[in-house]
Design a protein around this ligand. Structure first.
Ligand code: RM4
Ligand code: MN
Ligand code: MN
Length: 432
């Protein structure tokens, strides 16, 4: 790999780390002794933290907006090439995000193979490709106003199916191994559509996409409760999702976007259920207070994120052979610098994972067997209350990332430099 194409100078990160390493070592050693007294080897945790992989959303490095406004930021990326550069900055600083999940047609280019090479030269690769039939692309023949894969008109369905098949072909050229299908189809008024027939049409369309999957590919079905449809959504919940995935076949799995559930739904239980039936395909990590807010991971409910990872760690230990969910971030950064939000989110997700690894599973199982409610709860509490920041920082530093990723990013002056170099964009890369 030609390291010279990396956007940040590694010597700069080394310099940043040199000033912080002795304090970090001190904190790491102290935590190591404390964990040692609990029978936990800190070095094994550090290696696990270093091996975690989270794909970045290509649309997440652009500045997003709401349906009221978008406030562009000087220096934000305009096209997919610039988006990759910003993803590479995130990866250089945190070292657990080498994958980028592209969105088509937003990231459409004439030659996907050269885009793949560009990504490789930046130290990146492509993860699951996302199809988009929730809006009309410029020049598109038929409109998705009344739906796409579940539309009443077979010609619209065909167009949406063909778009998904094209996404698979582009994804193959990019080196992806999965397609994520989220549709906006649904209804805004009672009586607007037959709830039963809409699902039938969806199943028929997705079966045709499924048939075009290469042998080693997965199709990730993403459910969402509401929006843009406000009365009913065709794949509204994990129940519809798992039924569809079972109907389609073994390559179809369910994708859990943390923001796509009703408030207070027990998402960790959904995770356990999906895994139990071999249908846990992956995640879109983000956080939410009210709905599909696409806020930074762990910013609103870090405990829920921990509980999700608690199920994942348990699932992996129970059946390691069939455990391989894809982890992706899906966020919209409306008022922060997206690079900083992604760094903060990667840290929060990795932190939830390492805390979940701290849970004494044997003790927990024993307390559960004996119905010792309080000590079972305290087993989780002890893990959750442990500050694992030194483990994450040490893992990052060893991998060539920054001990303090956001501080280091600020020191680089990346955004100010890009504000001088990049053309101001009316249409940015984020979602509105
Ligand atoms: C949706 C869903 C999809 C994402 C779009 C942009 O709400 O989360 O995963 O591709 O937003
Ligand atoms: Mn999503
Ligand atoms: Mn969403």
């Amino acid at each position: 790999m030609d390291a010279h194409r990396r956007p940040l100078d590694p010597a700069f990160i080394e310099q940043h780390n040199r000033q912080r390493l002795s304090a970090l070592q001190d904190e790491y050693d102290s935590l190591g002794r404390a964990l040692g007294r609990r029978g936990i080897a800190i070095d094994a945790l550090r290696l696990k933290a270093a091996a975690l992989r989270l794909a970045l959303p290509s649309w997440g490095v652009g500045v997003g907006g709401t349906r009221f406004a978008r406030f562009p930021m000087a220096g934000e990326p305009a096209g997919v090439q610039e988006k990759l550069e910003d993803c590479a900055v995130v990866q250089q600083l945190c070292r657990i995000t080498p994958g980028v999940s592209p969105h088509l047609p937003w990231d459409k280019v004439g030659d996907p193979r050269s885009l793949r090479e560009q990504a490789a030269s930046l130290g990146l690769h492509f993860d699951a490709v996302n199809s988009n039939t929730f809006q009309d692309a410029p020049g598109q023949t038929l409109s998705y106003r009344h739906g796409s894969l579940a539309h009443t008109d077979p010609a619209v369905r065909r167009q949406a199916i063909e778009h998904n098949i094209e996404c698979i072909r582009v994804g193959q050229a990019l080196g992806s191994k999965a397609i994520t299908v989220w549709i906006g189809d649904g209804s805004n008024f009672p009586g607007q559509q037959s709830l039963a027939a809409a699902l039938d049409r969806y199943l028929e369309s997705t079966a045709q996409i499924y048939a075009a999957l290469p042998g080693d590919w997965r199709m990730l079905l993403e459910h969402k409760l509401y929006e843009p449809a406000f009365y009913s959504t065709v794949i509204a919940d994990w129940g519809s999702s798992i039924l569809a995935a079972q109907h389609l076949g073994p390559k179809a799995r369910c994708l859990v976007d943390l923001g796509h559930h009703a408030p207070s739904v027990n998402i960790e239980q959904i995770v356990a259920r999906l895994h139990r039936f071999g249908k846990l395909g992956g995640f879109h990590f983000n956080d939410s207070k009210y709905g599909d807010d696409d806020l930074d991971s762990g910013s609103i409910n870090p405990h829920q994120l921990f509980l999700v990872f608690n199920e994942l760690v348990e699932a992996e230990q129970r059946s390691p052979a069939d455990f391989d969910p894809a982890y992706m971030i899906d966020q919209s950064h409306n008022i922060t610098d997206p690079v900083e939000s992604l760094l903060s989110s990667a840290e929060a997700i990795a932190g939830a994972y390492v805390r979940a690894l701290l849970v004494d599973r044997a003790a927990l199982a024993e307390y559960q067997r004996g119905n010792d409610v309080m000590l079972a709860f305290q087993t989780l509490r002890l893990a959750y209350n442990t500050d694992v920041a030194p483990i994450l920082a040490m893992a990052r530093c060893e991998a060539g990332g920054a001990i303090g990723p956001i501080a280091a990013y600020r020191e680089t002056g990346w955004r100010a430099r890009k504000a001088r170099e990049r053309r101001p964009t009316a249409a940015g890369a984020g979602i509105v």
